[in-house]
Design a protein around this ligand. Sequence first.
Ligand code: 5GP
Length: 195
Amino acid sequence: MKLLQEKIVQEGKVLSENVLKVDSFLNHQIDPVLMQAIGNEFAARYKDAGITKILTIESSGIAPSMFAGIILGVPIVFARKRKSLTLSDNLFTSKVHSFTKNETNDISVSKDFLVDGDTVLIIDDFLANGQAVLGLLDIVEQANAITSGVGIVIEKGFQTGGSIIRERGIRVDSLANIKSLANGKVEFFEEDPTA
Ligand code: 5GP
């Protein structure tokens, strides 16, 4: 997605060969116009997939999911990273090792909001080693629901997550796929391999 690639080049900060900071439009301040374009793109790609629910993870997956949810006309459920006092034991949980924080946390989704028969589009901000998406896939499985595909705003294609998920036969749509962050420079794959 050209608009997204341009924004990454203009505003992204390469913190290391593995980490890209995009706090100005995705992870802290949010660019709503860009998020809308991203949500529209996910919705267009999945419009005929019979999606009944979008599943994301707090907090950066929520903004792009909202716009896709408006177009697809389905609810958005976000997995929580911390147990909330108002959440009961009625939960699906999975363990996720955080790439950026280097710690393992439980994520959870109420059994009220993901059910047998749901067809799910998973959306997240980044795909690195795939741990967050694997946790979400695990939760969809626990609910006996079906994952139709995974929409990722920024995939770092030089890390392992994309191939791990695709090798499971799961469709992954990333709107920007980064080939390298070497020498402080963002280089993209020419073509989105899923496009
Ligand atoms: P994974 O679970 O695929 O290893 O990592 C994905 C999660 O880690 C995303 O939900 C995102 O929050 C975070 N993440 C991974 N790589 C980056 C990165 O380069 N920049 C930022 N801002 N977040 C990242």
